[in-house]
Design a protein around this ligand. Structure first.
Ligand code: ADP
Ligand code: ZN
Length: 740
C-alpha cells in the first residue's frame, strides 16, 4: 500500500451487517471522493464483499495503519442517511444492545441493504405489437404456458408488468418467456420508475365540526409545537383521529412532513383511506406487504420530501424524513409495535426518542394506554390529554357478564348470549363474536385415553384445522393430516376448545340463513381478503362477524350493536404480570366496536368467574380503574414501569448448553448484583422446546436504568467472545413484553 504522506486520510468507521457489536475500520478508496458519514461503501470483509455504512470519520484506529484495508467503492453521493438518522441508529444499537451493522440493515430497505442504487431501474415485460396481433387460441393449443404468459401481459395493457409482479402471478414465467422473446411477441426493457406523486389523492374533504373536548385537545396540541410526548387518551369512538387529522393538517400546511405509525396496515385500511380523503394527500405507505421496489420507492419519497405524509408499521420509524414536523403513534398500546425477533425494538419508544432528537412533538393515541405511558404522564415526563366521551353523541357500550357455570356455553355460545344475538339480529343490528384465541385454539383429545395431540418438535399442542383436515403447530409450522383415531390407543378423538372455525359452524347451525363472516389470520390469507371482509362488515352485509384480535383493532362498523366475548377467562389467571392490563385492553378495544353511531351498544362477556375482582373493577371503573389498580400493584411488587427489565434468551439442541450459557452470563453479572440489580434464573422458557431447540432465559431486573445498561454492555461484549456462545442462539431483549 502506498499512502501519499502529504494528505492525512481519515479512518472510516464502518457498520457491516454481522452479529458483532463493533464498527470496522477502513480507509477511503485510493481514488474518488471521500465517503461522508451516512454513505454506503462496498468493502472487502474477510473473504466476501459486503455493503457497509460509514458512521463517522476518525483519526484513530486500533489497527496498525498498514493493516487497514481500503474500501472498494462509494455507493452514495450525497449520503443516504443524515446525521439525525445516524443518531437514531446509534441510539437503537446502544439501547437494545444490538450490533450496529444489524441495526443499519434493519433500517434500510432490502434493495439498499444489497447495495442497489437509490434509483434502481426495474425490469418491465410487455407484449409487442406482434404479440397483440398474435392468435392466442392457436398458441394455446401448441404451447399453453406461453399463451398464458402472453395473455397475462395483454391483460396488463400497454405499460406491461414489472417483472417482480409478474413473478407473483406466474412464478415460472422466465422459463416460458424465452420462446416468446425469440418470436418477438413480448419484449423486456429497463425502466426508471417515476417519482412519487402525492397529488394522486382525491381533493381534501371537510370533517365534522369538533366537539368541545376535541377542540380543547386540539388547542392544547396546537400550543405544543416543540418537543414533547403527548398521550391522547380517548375512549373508543371519542374522535381521536379527528383531532390528529387537524393537527396533521397544520403541520402539512407549513410544508413539514408527518410520520404516522400504525400497528398493522392490513388491519386498518380504513385509517389509510380516511387520511387520504381528508387530507387530500397521497401517503407513502411502508409495510410488509410491499414488493422491494415499492418499499424503496416509498422510502425514497419520504427521504426526499416528495411524500409529506408517511404512514407505516413499526420499521417505518427508521425512515429518513427530509423535513419532519410531527410523529403520531396510533394505538400506542398495540403489541405489534414491539419487534419480537432479531433486533428487538419498540417502535413506539423509538418514536419518542426520535421526536426528541428532531425537536418535534409526538402524539400517542389510544383508548387503553399502557401502564408505561400512564406512568410517564403521572411523573410529568409526558403530558396526558383526554377525550372522555364518545364524539357525535354516541353512547358508551354497556358491559354485562354471563355466568357460564349457571348458563353453560355449548360450542362456545351460552343461552343468554344466543338470545341476545337473536334479538339484535331481529332488530337489524349487527353482531360480533370475539374469541381470544391464544391458548384456546382447538386441540384434539382422545375420548379413550385422554391423549392430546402434541407437536414432536415443540412443547405445544397441535391446532385442529377442520376445513383442511389438518393438525398444525402454530409455533414451528409442522402440518399433519387429521386422523380420526388416537395415535396412542386407537379410540376416536374429538376436538377440545373453541376455535373460530368451530364457532362459525356452531353459529351457522344456530342461526341458519344469516350472513356470517369469519375474520382471522386463516380466512384472510389471500391478498385483499381482509379488505373485502371488512368492507362487507362495514356495509352491514355480514350479520354476524366471528373473529380474533384482528377484529378488535380500530375498525368502525356503523351497524354493530352487540359484541359477545366468548372466552374471557384466561387473562384472569395469567402468569405474566401484564395479564390483567392486556385483558382489559383487549376487552375494552373490542367492546369499543359496538354502538359507534346512533344505536347503543351492548357487550356480553362469558366467564366462569363472575365474582372475580377484575370484573367489578372493569365494569365499575372502566379501563382507567383497572390501570390505576394495576399500577399500584406493580409499584408494590416492583415490576415495570417501576423497574426495568431485560431478558437474556438462549436456545440450543442440548438442554444443558442452553442453561450453561446463561449460567456463564449470570456469573458475569454477579459482581453487579445488589440493590440496583437482581438476576432471576436461568430457567426453562415457558415453551421449553420449540422447533427442536431447548430454550432457556435469564431475567435482569433493575431499579436504575443506567446501571442496567452499563451491565448489559459489558455482558454483551463478554458473551460475544465466549466459546459457549457458539453452541447456542442467544439474544438480549430490553424492555421485553412477553416474559412467561
Ligand atoms: P377514535 O379515533 O377515537 O376511535 P374517530 O375519530 O374515528 O374516533 O371518530 C369516531 C366516529 O365519530 C367517526 O365516525 C367520526 O367520523 C365521528 N366523529 C368524530 N368526531 C366527531 C364530531 N365532532 N362530530 C360528529 N362525529 C364525529
Ligand atoms: Zn411445533
Amino acid at each position: 500500500m502506498s499512502d501519499s504522506p502529504e494528505k492525512q486520510q481519515p479512518v472510516l468507521k464502518v457498520a457491516v451487517n454481522v452479529p458483532l457489536s463493533r464498527e470496522f475500520d477502513y480507509l477511503p478508496a485510493a481514488e474518488g471522493r471521500l465517503p461522508v458519514p451516512g454513505s454506503r461503501v462496498e468493502v472487502q470483509f474477510g473473504p466476501r464483499r459486503q455493503v457497509g455504512l460509514v458512521l463517522e470519520h476518525s483519526n484513530q484506529s486500533d489497527l496498525a495503519p498498514a493493516r487497514i484495508r481500503r474500501c472498494l467503492t462509494v455507493l452514495d453521493e450525497p449520503p443516504l442517511l443524515s446525521d439525525a438518522d445516524l443518531r437514531l441508529i446509534r441510539f437503537t444499537s446502544d439501547y437494545y444492545h444490538h450490533p450496529i451493522g444489524e441495526v443499519v440493515a434493519a433500517a434500510l430497505p432490502a434493495l439498499l441493504r444489497q447495495g442497489k442504487p437509490l434509483h434502481p431501474s426495474v425490469e418491465v415485460v410487455g407484449a409487442t405489437d406482434l404479440g397483440e396481433a398474435a392468435d392466442l387460441e392457436t398458441l394455446a393449443k401448441r404451447a399453453p404456458k406461453q399463451a398464458e404468459l402472453l395473455e397475462t401481459l395483454l391483460d396488463a395493457g400497454g405499460n406491461g408488468l414489472v417483472a417482480d409482479e409478474l413473478t407473483e402471478q406466474l412464478p415460472n414465467w422466465r422459463r416460458v418467456a424465452k420462446a416468446l422473446f425469440e418470436k418477438g411477441l413480448i419484449a423486456r426493457f429497463d425502466v426508471r420508475l417515476g417519482d412519487f406523486d402525492e397529488t394522486l389523492a382525491p381533493e381534501a374533504t371537510a370533517g365534522p365540526e369538533l366537539n368541545a373536548d376535541q377542540q380543547e385537545a386540539l388547542a392544547t396540541l396546537r400550543g405544543k409545537t416543540k418537543v414533547g410526548a403527548y398521550l391522547l387518551e380517548g375512549v373508543t369512538g371519542s374522535g381521536k383521529t379527528e383531532v390528529y387529522l387537524r393537527r396533521m393538517r397544520d403541520v402539512l400546511e407549513q410544508g413539514q412532513q408527518v410520520l404516522v405509525l400504525v400497528p398493522e396496515i392490513g388491519l386498518t385500511p380504513q385509517l389509510v383511506s380516511r387520511l387520504r380523503k381528508r387530507l387530500g394527500i397521497e401517503p407513502a405507505l411502508l409495510h410488509s406487504g410491499l414488493t422491494d421496489i415499492e418499499r424503496l420507492a416509498a422510502w425514497r419519497a419520504a427521504r426526499s420530501g416528495a411524500a409529506r405524509l408517511v404512514v407505516g408499521t413499526r420499521s417505518a420509524i427508521f425512515t429518513p424524513l427530509k423535513n419532519p414536523g410531527l410523529i403520531i403513534v396510533d394505538e400506542e398500546h398495540d403489541q405489534s409495535f414491539k419487534q419480537q425477533e432479531g433486533l428487538r425494538y419498540s417502535a413506539r419508544d423509538l418514536a419518542i426518542v426520535r421526536a426528541k432528537y428532531l425537536d418535534i412533538p409526538v402524539i400517542l393515541g389510544t383508548a387503553t394506554p399502557t401502564l408505561e405511558m400512564l406512568h410517564h404522564c403521572r411523573s410529568g415526563a409526558y403530558e396526558l390529554i383526554r377525550l372522555p366521551k364518545r364524539a357525535g353523541g354516541a353512547q358508551p357500550p354497556s358491559l354485562r357478564l354471563i355466568d357460564t357455570i349457571r348458563s353453560p356455553a355449548i360450542d362456545g355460545i351460552s343461552e343468554p348470549l344466543a338470545a341476545a344475538i337473536d334479538s339484535h339480529l331481529n332488530s337489524d343490528g349487527q353482531v360480533l363474536i370475539f374469541l381470544n384465541r391464544r391458548g384456546f385454539a382447538p386441540t384434539l383429545i382422545c375420548s379413550g385415553c385422554g391423549h392430546i395431540a402434541g407437536c414432536d418438535r415443540c412443547d405445544s399442542r397441535l391446532t385442529v384445522h377442520a376445513r383442511s383436515q389438518q393438525l398444525r403447530c402454530h409455533h414451528c409450522g409442522v402440518i399433519r393430516p387429521l386422523d380420526p383415531n388416537c395415535s396412542e390407543c386407537g379410540e376416536t378423538v374429538r376436538p377440545l376448545g373453541e376455535g373460530t372455525e368451530r364457532l362459525e359452524d356452531a353459529l351457522r347451525e344456530r342461526f341458519p340463513g344469516r350472513a356470517i363472516t369469519r375474520i382471522d389470520s386463516d380466512s384472510t390469507q389471500r391478498k385483499g381478503a381482509m379488505i373485502d371482509a371488512l368492507d362487507q362488515a362495514k356495509q352491514g352485509r355480514a350479520e354476524i362477524l366471528v373473529g380474533t384480535q384482528m377484529l378488535s383493532k380500530g375498525h368502525h362498523f356503523p351497524m354493530l350493536s352487540l359484541v359477545g366475548i366468548v372466552n374471557a377467562d384466561q387473562g384472569l389467571f395469567g402468569t405474566d404480570f401484564r395479564s390483567s392490563e392486556r385483558m382489559a385492553q383487549s376487552i375494552v378495544q373490542v367492546a369499543g366496536r359496538a354502538g359507534r353511531e346512533r344505536r347503543a351498544g351492548e357487550v356480553l362477556i362469558q366467564t366462569a368467574f363472575p365474582e372475580h375482582a377484575f370484573w367489578s373493577t372493569l365494569i365499575g371503573g372502566g379501563y382507567e380503574q383497572v390501570a390505576s389498580e394495576a399500577l399500584a400493584e406493580r409499584e408494590a411488587t416492583r415490576w415495570p414501569p417501576y423497574t426495568r427489565l431485560a431478558l437474556i434468551r438462549s436456545a440450543a439442541h442440548q438442554h444443558d448448553d442452553a442453561i450453561q450459557f446463561l449460567e456463564i452470563a449470570k456469573l458475569a453479572l454477579t459482581p453487579h448484583c445488589g440493590d440496583h440489580l437482581r438476576v432471576l434464573g436461568p430457567v426453562d422458557a415457558p415453551m421449553a422446546r420449540r422447533a427442536g431447540r431447548h430454550r432457556a432465559q435469564l431475567l435482569l431486573q433493575s431499579s436504575d436504568r443506567p446501571t442496567l445498561h452499563v451491565v448489559l454492555r459489558e455482558l454483551r461484549q463478554a458473551l460475544e467472545q465466549d466459546p459457549a456462545a457458539r453452541k447456542v442462539r442467544w439474544s438480549i431483549d430490553v424492555d421485553p413484553i412477553e416474559l412467561f
